[in-house]
Design a protein around this ligand. Structure first.
Ligand code: URA
Length: 264
């Protein structure tokens, strides 16, 4: 068997064991702030096809969460049940072996706004809570500038285990953890999801688009409008990026009909 065949079969097995029944083949639907779908980007037509009758373009489907977990309506209990499954998870052998504990998510299950990061770091792995290290301190400042507290939001990550050395989550790990993320999204059913950084944005929306090009517009994931911006860790290394992030937060607040406290 060729390496390629072996790799594809392994990927399919990993996906099946993660509970995926199919792989998404759709591009994320891009919405403007007025929520109207944008036309798909134009694609140049090869000469030989130019005279062929044009097919009517199918509407771009909205990416849907695929939770295997059926919410019961009691959000607190549903999240507790999901967290218990996560705590025993061994789908990613390396992460299960090296983690101190799983980091599920925190916040208000009734919130309108979910924050999505990449994966726990060393501090989060120690404390069992997302965004409690240096990046988390900066995130708290951004949250306060928006007029919120952490407790009013729901905060979680693409992964629930710390990748050793804080490396970027790989595709298999993200796929293994997706059922839990989609479960959390299905239970909390937020109106908005903010993706912090390219790992969160590209994984959630199944795209390779650079984060800089995903800002300042809304995507749709299930019921939620999705805003993508730079990760707080990136802001720690590049303070100049704080300005665009603040523009993104104002874009979000304005869509929610809110004004930041500093401007009211
Ligand atoms: N970075 C993340 O993306 N998530 C955390 O929980 C902490 C740091």
């Amino acid at each position: 068997m060729s390496d390629w065949n072996r790799l594809s079969q392994q990927l399919l097995r990993d996906c099946q064991s993660a509970g995926l029944s199919h792989l998404p083949r759709v591009a994320p639907l891009v919405l403007d702030s007025d929520s109207r779908p944008k036309p798909p980007p134009s694609v140049s037509t090869p000469k030989s096809q130019e005279s062929m009758p044009k097919k009517k373009a199918a509407p771009t489907p909205v990416l849907q969460p695929q939770p295997k977990f059926e919410p019961t309506g009691n959000r607190e209990q549903d999240l507790e049940k999901l967290a218990a499954c996560v705590a025993d998870c061994i789908r990613c052998p390396e992460l299960a072996k090296t983690r101190t504990q799983t980091v599920f998510g925190v916040g208000d299950p009734q919130t309108k706004v979910m924050f999505l990061g990449e994966a726990p770091g060393a501090d989060e792995d120690k404390q069992g809570e997302p965004f409690v290290g240096r990046a988390g301190q900066l995130l708290n400042k951004i949250i306060a500038a928006c007029g919120w507290t952490r407790e009013e939001l729901y905060i979680c990550n693409i992964l629930r285990c710390r990748p050793p050395g804080n490396r970027t989550p790989n595709e298999t790990e993200a796929a293994n953890c997706r059922e839990y993320l989609d479960g959390q999204i299905a239970v909390v059913d937020p109106e908005y999801i903010v993706c912090w950084g390219s790992c969160a944005a590209q994984n959630l929306l199944a795209t390779k688009e650079p984060i800089g090009r995903m800002r300042q517009r809304f995507f749709q994931y299930g019921n939620a409008k999705v805003l993508c911006t730079y990760h707080p860790s990136y802001l720690l290394r590049n303070p100049a990026a704080k300005k665009p992030v603040w523009e993104d937060m104002k874009f979000l607040l304005s869509d929610m009909g809110l004004t930041p406290p500093s401007e009211s």
